[in-house]
Design a protein around this ligand. Structure first.
Ligand SMILES: [Zn+2]
Length: 115
């Protein structure tokens, strides 16, 4: 018997997640919630959802930031917006040197003073 199976990756926008600062754009942006699902397919038909990942994507520069399952449950909840914004801050600044960090934070302060 001949069986054809494979993998299909599907990405789709779930909706708007939150509005907060993007250090790449250096301004406040809308962040979108995207979901990526990997399917096992038989004869090119998606059959079993195998892996599912959530991403927050900046609506302007399209930088995707992977969000773990625990955090992804809070996307869209107004009460958790600050926590997600803090997570994005931390993630976007994580790979910066201390000098880059303080430059970006100073730029942010200059462009839009925190409320
Ligand atoms: Zn951006």
């Amino acid at each position: 018997m001949f069986i054809m199976f494979g993998w299909v990756k599907e990405r789709k926008e779930v909706g708007q997640a939150l509005t907060c600062h993007c250090y790449r754009c250096q301004r406040t942006r809308m962040w979108e919630h995207w979901k990526e699902t990997e399917w096992v397919s038989f004869f090119t038909i998606k059959t079993i959802p195998f892996l599912s990942k959530s991403y927050l994507v900046c609506s302007a520069c399209r930088e995707p930031i992977a969000v773990d399952r625990a955090r992804s449950r809070f996307i869209g909840s107004v009460a958790s917006e600050q926590r997600l914004a803090a997570f994005l801050d931390e993630h976007q600044l994580a790979r910066k040197t201390p000098v880059q960090r303080s430059y970006l934070l100073a730029q942010r302060e200059q462009n839009q003073p925190r409320e």
